[in-house]
Design a protein around this ligand. Sequence first.
Ligand code: TPP
Ligand code: MG
Length: 542
Amino acid sequence: MAVAREHGVCAVFTLSGGHVFPVYDAAARAAPPLRLVDVRHEQTAVFAAEATARLTRSPGLAVVTAGPGVTNSVSAVATAWCNGAPVVLLAGRAPDYRWGAGSLQEMDHPPLLAPVTKRAWTEHEAARVAASVDEAFRLAAAPHRGPVFLDIALEAIYGQASAELPAAGAPDPVPPDPQDVTRIAGLLRSARRPVLVLGSDVWLGGAEDAARAAAEQLRLPVVANGQARGVLPAGHDLLVTRARRAALREADLVVVAGAPLDFRLGYGSFGTADAPAQVAHVADAPGGVATHVPLAGSAAGDLAAFFAALAAGLAGGGGPGGRAGTAAEPGWAGRLAEAARAARAADAPLLASDAEPVHPARIYGELLRVLDDDAVVIGDGGDFVSFAGRYIEPARPGGWLDPGPFGCLGTGLGYAIAARLARPAAQVVLLVGDGAAGFSLMDADTLVRHRLPVVIVCGNNGAWGLEKHPMRALYGYDVAADLQPGCRYDEVVRALGGAGELVTSPAAIGPALRRAFAAGAPYLVNVVTDPEIAYPRSTTGV
Ligand SMILES: Cc1ncc(C[n+]2csc(CCOP(=O)(O)OP(=O)(O)O)c2C)c(N)n1
Ligand SMILES: [Mg+2]
């Protein structure tokens, strides 16, 4: 635990099991003790560790018992893997001396975890535990970040040994190759309609200020994804996320930094069939540069260094488009800004919808009135969360937590627990679908036991909406997509010691949200919404 603390760990997320008691003993007896946050499902522990990493930008730690403790963690580890989140998962393991004889929960875990971690291995020697834990943290935190798994054989974890504490300290950032940056600068210089796409690694890599400065200096329209949402605050004249479709279609050059070129970005194909855009991909490590699309430029390395070098490379001069030293089309950025403004203006009627049953957009209309700039907003669900992504434009980076490309339902309570701990003074709002709620709502008990007030807004359409509507569209009918209409998820939270209420009319949403934020307790606002409203979706991810 001393090693974990050296790496910035303040809380250990866990669910008890005898294979890991020595870890608890070390945390409890440390001076000061390390906070143990014991949850109701291992998945929640790992999601909480992941969200800690994504919010604090230092590694998160989850500790689970052998066998089912590990297998229950796998979906959350895969989520951290897909999100590039530095997470260390420490696990117990059946004893070596009886290996093969069938001990309780005997399982060789690393092969299960290897495909979704940077490394998964077993420590067998008590004397080497400290060094292995140190290695796990270093590896998790080095770009491209990700989860690391270490299990410790029973004899080793219960064994006694003294070991030197490894010296702390992060490795120096590796800047991208200057020639690669020069090439991208050249592309930008001659582009007429450039767009800059920012992804979560911009935030995780501490490059948000450099990215904003570069975008502003070069007058680049910006589309922000994931945790980069907020790098340019809502209302910024270069922020064109709401006009992303036009921006990425009309662009002649798209520079994507800190995000993979996956389904969320049309697999890296921009422009039109007749006039494809050039693409430059910038990743925080060489393995992250896309290989499935032709790239006009690429760079790998520290993203803050990339943006600083790019801005320096393009400084000075004067171009026809008003963008220093470039060939940008006059009015390009302004045109997209206008399209983004028009999209926002077009939202107004739905955000204020008086329809009954409630239109999900109205929930966001009400939420936007009460959200602070530093709020942490978490989405766990289908259509309900897609609406959130459309309507909520964060004021600051790092406060938006969606499940990322693995799309795993059930992140909600784990993320909320971590958010409350990481940002003690900020509003924490979990937006959860009624379907998604089923995966983790029992962990409202954890919020209660650990006195972690968060606001949970359940978009309750009585359905797995994001499956129901597509199945209907494909087959003309749907099965296995209905849930109980108006189910009292608020009563679940009340039964667990929190608070909540049911809302069935649009006018009641605002007052309920205000009560929830004022409650100082875990509070679920259960809003019954219209099951017939489907999110207007253009991508399926397939
Ligand atoms: C663990 C997991 N199981 C299944 C899915 C498939 N899935 C994606 S969205 C969705 C529906 C979510 O329903 P709900 O949370 O109620 O949100 P809604 O779409 O109704 O707003 C399902 C089942 C998934 N993404 N993750
Ligand atoms: Mg639903």
